[in-house]
Design a protein around this ligand. Structure first.
Ligand SMILES: [Fe+2]
Length: 449
């Protein structure tokens, strides 16, 4: 499975109970905590759900490591001026705006080989753009943009607040985790559940991408209902790393995101010292190009939920804290239909990003590395150029979205935009509303279609 752009090996499947050994027989046989573990390793459980969660939803892994995670000095708080993360999403903390909002591409940092360059790693390059809820009550989400240009040398990060779904847009992510290594290429995503320690390098230099953080339920595959047993993102296409470890003894920095704040500590060895592990609480990646796209083959534009890759459920049936939805290349064949996304108002918040190419419902302005937000009940739809074209085009079967990949983070919560998201460090397109201003009335009371 290894290749030039991804040198690592993986195990296949979503939600599997995996076992992986970097040294033969490093996993204890028949029990979790023998009096003495093989090779003198320590046993440590990482719980992703409460001990008492029902068996089909319970998630945990057992790690067999050179030292337990507890071997570190006390954490101290990193003052906010050294980072750009917030999880304060109250009415007075963020901007709740009923307008359509669109950001031009978030500016990449210069390459770190330039003398004028600032050095920013993944954690320090995370900028919270929007969010809702609160990680302390495990209900809500945050959307971050990362813009970074240096590796996390001898530094590891873990998140106590939520799970990160990372969408690289520019540059690969070379990720070392306690479970092994993953290389994540734009058009792939990676999910790193809370608690797992990892370090990200940027083999392609200056990089940019999007992060969806969910504080509550872990991501799962959506139910398929009448679609049947197969389709959308198929479980076999999710890849989890194999165990690998390092024995490095040096000053190692551990950064923890905890209640929306960053804390930092030191230890004298690498945390990536897990020699073997087993369990179903793991990091994983997924190639969006493997999505089995399902759509209308008769008439009408189907609701975008048909493109859901992963969902984090709320307590309300059928209502997500966050859905991760993509708009992949596909055929459009609907007859007597306005084929682009319809005009609508939604009781959910829709945050969209573009990994590559040109989005099908907007002729211009929505660019790779940029974003848009249409929050609760904010009207939106195709721009006037797209409307005119799609209302008059010949409806033969055509390819849609070839060479592109856009995505949506859709949430039942009302997203507020942070100070950074409104600041002059980003570029909000204040003329975005004009995308619809040329939509004229075609009403004629004397004419039936
Ligand atoms: Fe929408």
């Amino acid at each position: 499975m290894t290749n030039k752009i991804d040198p690592y090996n993986y195990m296949k499947g979503f939600g599997n109970h995996f076992t992986s050994e970097a040294l033969k027989d490093a996993l204890p046989k028949g029990q979790n905590t023998p009096q003495k573990c093989p090779y003198g390793l320590y046993a440590e459980q990482l719980s992703g759900t409460a001990f008492t969660v029902d068996r089909k939803n319970n998630q945990r892994s057992w790690l067999y490591r050179i030292r337990p995670s507890v071997c570190h000095q006390p954490f101290t708080k990193l003052v906010p001026k050294f980072h750009h993360i917030t999880n304060k999403f109250g009415i007075d903390d963020v901007h709740h705006i009923p307008n359509q909002i669109r950001w031009s591409p978030f500016k990449l940092l210069p390459e770190n080989n330039k003398k004028t360059s600032v050095e920013t790693n993944f954690v320090h390059g995370l900028h919270t753009l929007a969010g809702a809820g609160d990680p302390t009550t495990k209900n809500g989400l945050a959307i971050h943009i990362y813009i970074a240009n240096v590796n996390m040398d001898n530094t590891a990060f873990y998140n106590s607040d939520g799970d990160f779904l990372i969408v690289p847009q520019y540059g690969r992510l070379d990720i070392t985790t306690e479970f092994g290594c993953l290389m994540v290429v734009p058009n792939e995503i990676v999910v790193i559940p809370r608690g797992i320690r990892y370090s990200i390098n940027f083999p392609d230099g200056s990089s940019r991408g999007y992060v969806l953080e969910v504080f509550g339920n872990h991501f799962e595959l959506p139910d398929l209902g009448p679609i049947g047993a197969n389709g959308l993102a198929n479980p076999r296409d999710f890849l989890t790393p194999v165990a690998s470890f390092e024995t490095k003894e040096c000053d190692f920095t551990i950064i923890n995101k905890y209640a929306g704040q960053l804390f930092v500590t030191q230890q004298d060895h690498s945390p990536f010292d897990v020699v073997a592990w087993y369990g179903n609480y793991v990091p994983y990646k997924y190639d969006l190009g493997k999505f089995n796209t399902i759509n209308s083959v008769s008439f009408d534009h189907v609701d975008p939920s048909i493109f859901t890759v992963l969902t984090s459920k709320s307590a309300f049936p059928g209502t997500a804290i966050a859905d991760f939805v993509i708009f992949p290349p596909r055929w459009a064949v609907q007859e007597h239909t306005f084929r682009p996304p319809y005009f609508h108002r939604n009781c959910m918040s829709e945050f969209m990003g573009l990994i590559s190419g040109v989005y099908e419902a907007k002729a211009e302005g929505f660019l790779p590395g940029g974003a848009s937000l249409h929050s609760h009940m904010t009207p939106h739809g195709p721009d006037s150029v797209t409307f005119k074209k799609a209302s008059n085009e010949e409806l033969k079967p055509v390819r849609v979205a070839d060479g592109t990949m856009s995505f949506m983070f859709e949430s039942s919560l009302m997203l507020g935009v942070t100070e950074w998201g409104m600041s002059n460090q980003v570029h909000i397109q204040h003329d975005y509303w004009e995308a619809w201003k040329d939509l004229k009335s075609h009403f004629d009371a004397t004419k039936e279609v």
